[in-house]
Design a protein around this ligand. Structure first.
Ligand code: GDP
Length: 302
């Protein structure tokens, strides 16, 4: 909860404080009250449909339980938010192969925080006692390989790389052989995120997936789509594009610390139908946190 409380400061300052103010000032639980609540939720990017549904449920609960005091309604709102956020999150923990190599593929548009997320996850897995290896599969973006190597040094994890411009599938192939030779538990694979040449990028991704599946039966165990929370609805269309090339198994929502619209977690999960596995709450190695509805909402209203 403490991690979420700090990381969600901006969302708390808007969403939670507006909610608190509304509940404190409310003289009666009337239509104005519910409309204002709807507006606050929509402004936090939870999505219009979700906001309307949530407020409808509250309206019904208030009528049924004859609630007249806003203070009594507040715990209900929190409870419903938690329930909504937990919905569809079954299996949100990382799918790791218990007796062999796990390969995790990262996809997403440039700048969303893919490299940073790989570095942070490497750190987390290493702390859990796993032997981790990184594959520098973004051979296209200038500086991507060096950036991944910098994270490797920072968290003490080896990076397998080729020179810039090399075939990403070949890098991943080599990384898999290295991971097998070193007895690694988890291989985290970076990929390119240039969307200027979409068709090429999607072919490249498909080829990478084929190589991984051929070399490691059952892999990739996870294909994580990294999306930037600060881009809001844009994140949704990107997600759909990547979903066409690779079977996305989970979302990493980065830069939640940089947005007041933390409600996007809900919109993304609902629209894409895959669980949010991690959220990024800053730039340091420790700032990647498994998404969990209850501490998330608790952190929001703390
Ligand atoms: P990539 O192009 O997708 O690999 O993106 P990078 O990993 O290079 O990240 C782009 C920028 O976003 C960098 O300046 C990162 O430090 C920053 N970044 C990544 N994740 C987070 C996060 O969760 N919070 C914040 N505040 N910044 C982040």
């Amino acid at each position: 909860t403490a991690k979420f409380r700090d990381g969600l400061a901006k969302t708390r300052a808007s969403l939670a404080e507006n909610v608190e103010t509304l509940f404190r000032r409310a003289k009666a639980i009337d239509e104005d009250f519910f409309e204002e609540l709807e507006e606050i939720l929509i402004a936090a990017d939870v999505g219009v449909k979700t906001a309307l549904a949530l407020v409808d449920e509250l309206r019904e609960a208030a009528a049924e339980q004859k609630i007249r005091d806003a203070a009594e309604l507040k715990p209900l709102l929190v409870e419903k938010l938690v329930a909504l956020m937990a919905e569809g999150q079954e299996g949100a923990s990382l799918n790791l192969n218990p007796d062999g190599l796990t390969v995790i593929l990262f996809v997403g548009v440039n700048g969303v925080g893919k490299t940073t997320t790989i570095g942070k996850l490497a750190h987390r897995l290493k702390q859990e006692g796993k032997k981790v290896l990184l594959a520098a599969g973004d051979t296209f973006r200038a500086g991507a390989i060096e950036q991944l190597e910098a994270w490797g040094r920072r968290v003490g994890v080896e990076v397998i790389r080729h020179q810039a411009g090399a075939d990403p599938a070949a890098v991943i192939y080599d990384a898999i052989q290295a991971a097998k030779a070193r007895g690694a538990d988890v291989l985290l694979c970076d990929t390119a995120g240039r969307l200027q040449n979409k068709a090429n990028l999607m072919e490249e991704l498909k080829k990478i997936v084929r190589v991984i599946a051929r070399e490691v039966p059952g892999a990739p165990q996870e294909t994580l789509l990294v999306v930037d929370a600060t881009t809001g609805q844009n994140a949704l269309s990107q997600a759909k594009t990547f979903g066409e090339a690779a079977k996305v198994t989970g979302i990493v929502l980065t830069k939640l610390d940089g947005t007041a619209k933390g409600g996007i977690v809900l919109a993304i999960r609902r629209e894409l139908g895959v669980p949010v596995k991690f959220v990024g709450l800053g730039e340091k190695p420790d700032d990647l946190v498994p998404f969990d509805a209850e501490p998330f909402v608790a952190g929001l209203f703390a």
